[in-house]
Write a protein that binds this ligand. Structure first.
Ligand SMILES: O=c1ccn([C@@H]2O[C@H](COP(=O)(O)O)[C@@H](O)[C@H]2O)c(=O)[nH]1
Length: 273
């Protein structure tokens, strides 16, 4: 998917909602456990129920890797379902990869070529050569961790090196890399007050913003400090949508939560531009 197509979808759906597919067999409705592939059955129902309110889906690979080969098959079925039934939705493999260049190139192939995701999350800690192999893919996006939503973000990311916070260095230096137009960044919704400064450094880049819902971040604050004229945001909620109900009405309950977020987003999107 191109950036222009993503921006178009945001306008059509009046939403920047990303539904996080953190599918946990301990939390899904019990009746689905009788299905041959409960994870895929759950994901399919959630996607069918929420796609009109969402522009993106983000399976976090940990929730699939935890179930071994079967989990990886469920991930593959999920991305294939999204790509065939809802190609207008942007897809994110939340895998937080990154290694020496030779190894990163295999990760990039796995997520972009084999699985067919539009984007993958990458940790910047190993530097330019660990990210470059992801950036080499045209019409694919590399979403680099900048300022994450968890409390541990303050351990390293906000520490200063020569009077500048590490996450700001990550933003400034990565902007100079070849194909930096294929970069997006993760900034937690729980750190919305940092967004105004972040926008001074990267005024146009798309941000993946997890941390609304279960982690308590605010959609209004994220828009206030982080929106660009095109919105420039993908705001993720996983548990708040997926586990709105653990009964047979789980998909309807998920849709209601997604719709609530979408209407909050629509009010902001109408004022942009
Ligand atoms: O800074 C980050 C980076 C990634 N995440 C991931 O997003 C979802 C959030 O799930 P919720 O249930 O909506 O809290 C999850 O997959 C995280 O691993 C993040 O939260 N913060």
């Amino acid at each position: 998917m191109t950036l222009e197509q993503l921006v178009e979808q945001i306008k059509i759906k009046k939403a920047v909602l990303c539904v996080g597919l953190d599918t946990d067999l301990d939390k899904i409705p019990r009746h689905l456990l009788e299905d041959e592939d409960p994870i895929f059955a759950f994901n399919k129902a959630i996607i069918d129920a929420t796609h009109q309110y969402a522009v993106a889906y983000k399976p976090n690979t940990a929730f699939y890797e935890a179930y071994g080969l079967k989990g990886w098959e469920s991930l593959e079925k999920t991305i294939n379902y999204l790509n065939s039934e809802y190609p207008e939705c942007f897809t994110i493999a939340d895998a937080k990869r990154g290694d020496i260049g030779n190894t990163s190139s295999r990760y990039a192939r796995a997520f972009f070529e084999d699985l067919g995701f539009d984007s993958v999350t990458v940790a910047p800690y190993m530097g330019k050569d660990s990210v470059e192999p992801f950036l080499a893919f045209a019409e694919k996006f590399t979403i680099m961790l900048a300022l994450t939503s968890n409390p541990g973000a303050f351990d390293f990311q906000t520490q200063k090196i020569e009077a500048e916070e590490l996450y700001k260095r990550v933003l400034k230096i990565s902007k100079t890399w070849e194909h930096s137009e294929r970069l997006m960044y993760v900034v937690g919704a729980t750190k919305a007050e940092y967004l105004a400064e972040i926008r001074q450094i990267i005024p146009e880049a798309f941000l993946l913003v997890p941390g609304v819902g279960a982690q308590g971040g605010s959609v209004d604050e994220v828009f206030k400090y982080g929106a660009t004229p095109d919105a420039g945001l993908l705001i993720n909620s996983s548990r708040g949508i997926l586990y709105a109900s653990n009964q047979k009405d789980f998909a309807e309950a998920a849709a209601a939560e997604a719709q609530k977020l979408q209407s909050q987003m629509a009010a902001h999107i109408e004022k942009l531009g």
